[in-house]
Design a protein around this ligand. Structure first.
Ligand code: RB5
Length: 176
């Protein structure tokens, strides 16, 4: 299992704690930023991590902002992403068992490091239970399909540009 991880400027310390936990469990991950305490807009990081998962290169994601809410709202805009904002292990475990959540989001201003590691552990150890839960997740997928906006093809971004962490300008579509 490979995990894509990202944060805004509020989540730097908690991200390091979670990375240390993943390293201790020998779970491979890639850090997609942000890497400095300079203000970084969370939707940008959520987009990069969500696209990394949807590309198939990563199985799950962890996103951290001040509350976990902005990251979950942004990540859930991507069809196929099921992001759960959690602050205790029970919800994280059920997010996996019932909702097949492939992204966990945290509030660095809400959850302390030790608790965050327990939450990640519960989420990683839990398995999707399928059956009636699969039917409901399939319903969510169909809602996504029915409500998809027309898209302009843009090249997926894979890294946060440290020079401009706050831009949401899409790359120029290739019209050739
Ligand atoms: C940044 O101040 C804060 O708004 C952001 O980290 C996040 O909590 C938004 O949901």
């Amino acid at each position: 299992m490979r995990i894509a991880i990202g944060c805004d400027h509020t989540g730097l310390a908690l991200k390091e704690t979670i990375k240390n936990y993943l390293e201790s469990r020998m779970i491979p991950f890639e850090d997609f930023g942000t890497f400095t305490s300079e203000s970084a807009d969370y939707p940008r990081v959520a987009e990069i991590v969500s696209k990394a998962i949807l590309s198939g290169q990563f199985d799950r994601g962890i996103l951290i902002c001040g509350t976990g809410i902005g990251m979950s709202i942004a990540a859930n805009k991507f069809p196929g992403i099921r992001a759960a904002a959690v602050s205790e292990p029970y919800s994280a475990i059920l997010a996996r068992r019932h909702n097949n959540a492939n992204v966990l989001t945290f509030g660095a201003r809400v959850v302390a490091g030790g608790l965050a590691a327990l939450i990640v552990e519960g989420w990683l150890n839990a398995s999707f239970e399928g059956e009636r839960h699969q039917r409901r997740v399939d319903m969510i997928t169909r809602i996504e399909q029915r409500n998809q906006a027309p898209t302009i093809a843009t090249q997926p971004e894979t890294t946060l540009d440290p020079e401009s962490p706050n831009t949401d300008e899409p790359l120029e579509p290739d019209l050739t």
